[in-house]
Design a protein around this ligand. Sequence first.
Ligand SMILES: [Zn+2]
Length: 239
Amino acid sequence: MKNHILVKLTPAYAIILVFLFLCAFLGDKAVTVMTEDAEPSDRVCIIIDAGHGGVDTGATSCTGVMESNINLEIALRLNDLLQLMGHKTKMIRTTDESIYTEGSTTIAAKKISDLKNRVQIVNEADNALLVSIHQNHFPVDKYRGAQVFYNRIGESEALAKLLQNNFVATLNPGSIRKAKKADGVYLMQNIQTTGILIECGFLSNPEEESLLRNAGYQKKLCCVIAATLSSFLKENAMT
Ligand SMILES: [Zn+2]
């Protein structure tokens, strides 16, 4: 009986312990860790995509904050944390910018070019695993909680389900949200590798919006994501 309880609680405890350790370790500012240039090419490269940026601001929160900025803050923290844990990473953007090709004139053309270039960055990387960071929004303000979406390639579904479970076990107790297929999302449909898209929470819910803008909560989100990615790569004999 004792062992049964122990086994049942271990994954959640593991996440929480890593989470507490990392939160205690990291200060108010995100930590930047340099990695060595010489990386074996067979290592998994976690590509972190801060959704939107520049001319494409994404959703607007209930207090007027742009989704693109919150995505970038979380993506930068996640990148620092994963590097600190020894993972190989690459960020699609590190500033408030669109990744469109010169010559795109209209906003619509810039948005299309931006998405195509994001796909190209992922598809040109060796052993890439995409983590795309977004925030949700809905006309009704009662909805809340993180939700993970996956493409139809590789281990995406298993990774998304593991992360969804870990969000529920830590930050979103009682949430009934399930991991879902990212059908209809251009980036997710066109990359040729394992990929998940994380809607970290709802910018339309005042309480959750306040959390999503908070540095401490952003660190907690990143701890859950990084700990999940790390254990997932280890379990699948990937590094
Ligand atoms: Zn978005």
